[in-house]
Design a protein around this ligand. Structure first.
Ligand code: GTP
Ligand code: MG
Length: 210
């Protein structure tokens, strides 16, 4: 099956931590990134819905794990943003642990979208998230968000810089430009999600088995 209709995505539930998530079955793809990186906006752009995921000018708005269903057993997950300066240290550590746990233990997690503001890519926690995913053999799509904020030359050089740097993760990490405002990269995101959501459960053959 290819080409899911993301426009029919609807909200399922919010969970304060991974113990409160629904049964670990089906396929999940999670959106992670620093607070304010544009995760919720990207979900709204993908699904063509204005307020499926709540967006905010105030960082740290998404504090729960929010689950959305595209189709039976096919879910998108809006993870709380990390790295928000005004969150107390103790809470930050707690969240980092919860995120690590989600990435390492959630069996149905089949892909991770890591969103980073194109002007501030690859912060420590971004790298940590990618490392966790690679260790767990989860493929990663890095989206350099708010690409509309840079002129095309600067945009391209940032893209190349992050692509180069991402080779160091030694994993399945693809890097693309994205803008919710200008609808840049939406097709790339959709294609990637389609491939993750269509992956067979049976033993994977080889990478080139097209
Ligand atoms: N210029 C521009 N602004 C954007 C874009 N995407 C998001 N924003 C703005 O960035 C801010 C944060 O967007 P959100 O989508 O709420 O970010 P988030 O990653 O979900 O943030 P948390 O839930 O706090 O972790 C909002 O003011 C958005 O309007 C974009 O593509 N271009
Ligand atoms: Mg959000």
């Amino acid at each position: 099956m290819s080409g899911w209709n993301y426009h029919v995505t609807h909200f399922v539930t919010s969970a304060p931590d991974i113990r409160h998530l629904p049964a670990d079955v089906g396929i999940e793809v999670a959106f992670a990134g620093r607070s304010n990186a544009g995760k919720s906006s990207a979900l709204n752009t993908l699904t063509n819905q204005k307020s499926l995921a709540r967006t905010s000018k105030t960082p740290g708005r998404t504090q729960l794990i929010n689950l959305f269903q595209v189709a039976e057993g096919i879910r998108l997950v809006d993870l709380p943003g990390y790295g928000y300066a005004e969150v107390p240290e103790e809470m930050k550590r707690k969240w980092q642990r919860a995120l690590g746990e989600y990435l390492q233990k959630r069996e149905c997690l089949k892909g991770l979208v890591v969103l980073m503001d194109i002007r501030h890519p690859l912060k420590d926690l971004d790298q940590q998230m990618i490392e966790w995913a690679v260790q767990s053999q989860i493929p990663v799509l890095v989206l350099l968000t708010k690409a509309d904020k840079l002129a095309s030359g600067a945009r391209k050089s940032q893209l190349n810089m992050v692509r180069e740097a991402s080779l160091a993760f030694m994993g399945d990490v693809q890097v693309e430009l994205f803008s919710s405002l200008k609808k840049i990269g939406v097709d790339k995101l959709r294609l990637k999600l389609d491939s993750w959501f269509s992956a067979q459960d049976e033993a994977p053959l080889s990478e080139d088995g097209e």
